[in-house]
Design a binder for this molecule. Structure first.
Ligand code: 4NP
Length: 567
């Protein structure tokens, strides 16, 4: 059994995941990829797909550079996983300069003719980089994302006026700023400059649409794009421009997305597109679907620039992908991806793999966790519980003020529906917010799942809040809609004595998003109560999986546990 798990992990650790991040000087593509075991930067030939590594060591994130830039800004965690980052300037001659700054949690970077970033520690601040040094411009109470800059105006957005809305943020270089919304309470996201105006998505007239705002006169007009309207997306997931200023839109509906240039769809294989860039009349995008690990594709058509490698031990493990909307206890439909393993009967053992965030989603993409489970003979069920992205602002915000509430009922409803139909027995596993929901399920609905794996989980909101930096404090405040009095009631440690199923805890030692300490306390309670559990602390690792080694460290104990309890 251990050999079987080892073989699968060995295969998993050879699957590179590649995302397109921009276009470099000379028309080569900038990719961020795990081609060589750690996440790093590559320059890729758009025709041959040959890749050249640009920097030694891992990167945490990279800023989208201006077209044909010969400089790239990336961040790197300079601690042992505690996610205190520094910003680095890489030049295509191979030199790397560290920006003179205190390490902070860098959450977004804008690289235009100037460079700005959002960084948090005790407060959430915006910095400008001048002559290789970071200067703080201002600090804000809430968290936010920086998106674009032109001509003295920096753009961003975030929940600046309350937990359920999202406003646009306009920042000037003297540190003054303005919060803009077309309508109080509406959700406004992803502003970029387009034809001298600010393009953004907003739901203030109902379903999210694109709007153009004149930043000086504050005149607002809708931007109707025929093919996009016909597609009728729930969400816009990416707004960008080509090297000639052409508008690039990626829109999403039911777990799949499409790319539109100047409003016309560029057809390609079904699946998901996460970023897209266009130069010299050619368009390139990050592409994935359930059978294709994220890679770079050219559109229209979908020629793969970098051929994805799926090792023998994983290939063929996926028999079928089903997508169902399962009614929850209150009738809300829960969009669920069901991956049928070719190595198990139907019904057969199934793992509910619960995504984190909560503001992310399980869509039609290749993910190594699912493939490891499929290869080991488990069906994989991925419910997009309320709070998931991809189904519009209302669905996404339905979790606010109610964590471990209705979204847990969503998961339970899917589990009850699939029992006997797809699943002979059901297990639950998740990382981060998914680890939290795993603990919620096992302690609040102790008969539902046969066993569970909680990775980087949340055991106690009270202690976690105290240990959090300003970014995660504001994140938790938004999630709870400010109702700190709910912390105790919504913490799995409060219900630890209800646990009946075997539990496997996996936790990075240096995690600063979901710190280890509250989980150590949970272990103490579980030990006192005589519960059956095992625990694995991953040394010198943080919350982010930044190399294939991190992934293997987390998956190894998880998969062995699941094989053991199901065997
Ligand atoms: P994630 O991690 O699921 O990986 O995004 C989280 C970290 C912190 C919180 C939630 C999720 N939090 O509520 O503070």
């Amino acid at each position: 059994m251990i050999r079987e798990v080892a073989e699968v992990l060995e295969a998993v650790s050879r699957v590179p995941i590649t995302h397109l991040a921009g276009v470099l000087r000379g028309g080569r593509l900038l990719a961020v990829s795990t081609l060589e075991a750690d996440l790093s930067l590559y320059s890729v030939d758009p025709d041959s797909g040959s890749a050249e590594r640009l920097v030694e060591g891992f990167v945490s994130s990279v800023a989208r550079p201006p077209y044909f830039s010969d400089a790239v800004y990336f961040t790197r965690d300079v601690t042992k996983g505690e996610e205190l980052h520094k910003l680095f300037e890489l030049r295509l001659d191979g030199s790397v300069e560290e920006v003179d700054m205190e390490p902070v949690r860098v959450s977004s970077v804008v690289h235009r003719d100037k460079v700005f970033f959002a960084g948090s520690r005790e407060e959430n601040s915006i910095y400008v980089v001048e002559n290789g040094r970071a200067r703080k411009l201002l600090s804000l109470q809430s968290f936010f994302v920086l998106t674009d800059y032109s001509d003295g105006l920096l753009l961003g957005y975030g929940p600046l006026r309350g937990p359920k809305s999202s406003e646009l943020l306009f920042v000037r270089e003297d540190g003054s700023y303005e919060v803009y919304t077309p309508k109080e309470g509406s959700v406004n996201e992803s502003p970029i400059f387009y034809k001298g105006k600010v393009l953004f998505s907003s739901n203030f007239e109902g379903r999210p649409k694109l709007y153009l705002l004149d930043p000086d006169e504050r005149k607002l007009e809708p931007l109707a794009l025929e093919d996009v309207e016909r597609f009728s997306p729930y969400e816009f997931t990416y707004l960008g421009t080509g090297s000639e200023g052409e508008l690039i839109v990626i829109a999403k509906r039911d777990g799949r997305s499409r790319v539109f240039v100047e409003g016309a769809e560029l057809e390609g294989p079904l699946g998901n597109y996460y970023t897209a860039f266009r130069f010299g009349g050619r368009t390139f995008a990050t592409f994935t679907n359930s059978g294709t690990p994220a890679t770079i594709a050219e559109l229209p058509g979908g020629r793969l620039v970098v051929e994805p490698r799926v090792p023998e031990a994983l290939r063929g493990a996926l028999r079928e992908v089903r997508y169902e909307k399962v009614p929850s206890s209150d009738g809300l439909k829960v969009p669920t991806f069901i991956l049928i393993s070719s190595r198990a009967e139907v019904p057969g053992p199934a793992v509910f793999l619960i995504h984190g965030g909560p503001w992310t989603e399980d869509d039609d993409r290749f993910d190594v966790m699912s493939y490891s489970l499929l290869a080991l003979g488990f069906h994989v069920v991925k419910p997009n519980y309320r709070g998931s992205t991809g189904y519009g602002p209302d669905y996404e915000r339905a979790i606010i003020g109610d964590p471990c509430g209705k979204e847990l009922e969503d998961i339970a409803s899917v589990a009850l529906k699939l029992k006997g139909e797809v699943a002979s027995e059901e297990y639950i596993m998740g990382y981060s917010y998914g680890g939290y929901l795993t603990l919620c399920a096992l302690t609040k609905l102790p008969d539902l799942f046969k066993a569970g794996v909680a990775g980087a989980s949340v055991a106690d909101w009270e202690e976690m809040y105290e240990l959090s930096d300003s970014l995660f404090k504001s994140f938790i405040e938004i999630l709870f809609a400010g109702r700190k009095e709910l912390f105790k009631e919504r913490s799995p440690i409060t219900y630890a004595k209800n646990l009946r199923a075997p539990l496997c805890l996996v936790h990075p030692q240096n995690d600063t998003r979901t710190p280890l300490k509250p989980v150590l306390k949970l272990m103490e309670v579980l030990a006192e109560e005589g519960k059956t559990f095992e625990a694995h602390v991953i040394p010198d690792m943080g919350h982010a999986l930044r190399s294939l080694k991190d992934l293997v460290d987390v998956l190894l104990p998880s998969l062995i546990f699941l094989k053991k309890v199901s065997g």
